[in-house]
Design a protein around this ligand. Structure first.
Ligand code: AG3
Length: 287
């Protein structure tokens, strides 16, 4: 196979597709205790982080993902005070969470401390809120953390993981969801990155089913573009502990006290509108 060596390419074998970025330089390469981490400087997307051959983020387009992982859940929840991010070691999701003034505690539980240390070095803008007194960074296994966390102690859980293979697999499974359900306070929400709406319909269906069987009473998927991930189109799945997912706090969402580049109340509303093929697939899911 001839691939120009000045390009980084993520080959997505199951989809028979690939996404590439033209590279200026490789800045870092290490095998951490958990995974192979590479950092590149690209021609047009700024710095790029790759884990085990999969694109994690670039400086140019991570705002799409991070804003949509944080703000819909935080504006759908009635009054989010205690937030836990599982994974998300680059701290981009944490930064968006901390933009919400009502948040009193934001805990990030990332298994691999090296991801955060490299992000501090190569993506400093994502780590700018890490010194916020409301922020706490733990480096341990998120699944174990939830198994031991007290009941009804968290308002919003954001699962910002890698693909559901290897260490992240357990984050897409019923035992984990059951623990999250127990740890969420009444009115609590979970939102999880849930892969491509084009390539991973089966995964989306299995996430919906597993969340329902774990006690979550309403499950909804939202979608947004993410050019650097397989298919260029990505999703997050949100579920509530009890009752229905509340409509977003419209006044607050319309006039956030902070700047956003992709998120708006209208984009939030629109992101929940699904194409018919996906609605049809998800309707087949029985709890
Ligand atoms: N979360 C990674 C999503 C999975 C990307 N998959 C892929 N490239 N095959 C990214 C962490 C951003 N905070």
């Amino acid at each position: 196979m001839s691939v120009d060596t000045n390009w980084f390419t993520e080959f997505y074998e199951p989809g028979g597709s690939a996404f590439g970025l033209k590279i200026k330089a490789k800045l870092h390469d290490e095998q951490s205790a958990y995974q192979h981490i590479e950092i590149y400087d690209t021609e047009t997307f700024g710095h790029l982080m790759v884990i085990d051959g999969c694109v994690m983020l670039t400086q140019r387009d991570n705002f799409l993902y991070h804003e949509m992982m944080a703000h819909p859940a935080l504006f759908n929840h009635a009054a989010p005070r205690r937030v836990v991010v599982i994974g998300g070691g680059d701290c981009g999701t944490l930064r968006e969470v901390l933009r919400h003034e009502g948040v009193q505690q934001a805990l990030q539980v990332e298994i691999d401390e090296r991801v955060t240390r490299l992000s501090e070095q190569y993506f400093p803008e994502l780590c700018e809120a890490n010194g916020d007194p409301r922020a706490q960074l733990l480096f341990e296994d998120g699944i174990a953390w939830f198994a031991n966390a007290p009941e009804a102690s968290v308002d919003v859980v954001i699962v910002d993981s890698t693909d559901p293979v290897g260490p992240a697999e357990g984050l897409f499974s019923e035992p984990f969801y059951r623990d999250v359900h127990r740890v969420l306070a009444p009115g609590g929400l979970i939102v999880q990155q849930s892969e491509s709406p084009l390539y991973h319909v089966d995964l989306l269906c299995s996430v919906h089913g597993a969340l329902r069987r774990s006690g979550f009473t309403e499950v909804k998927t939202l979608h947004y573009p993410q050019p650097v991930y397989p298919s260029g189109w990505w999703s997050a799945t949100m579920a509530c502990k009890d009752g229905l997912i509340r409509p977003m706090r419209l006044e607050a969402a319309r006039r956030p006290a902070f700047a956003t580049r992709y998120y708006s109340a209208e984009m939030h509303q629109a992101a929940f509108v699904l194409p018919p093929y996906l609605t049809a697939a998800l309707e087949q899911v029985t709890a």
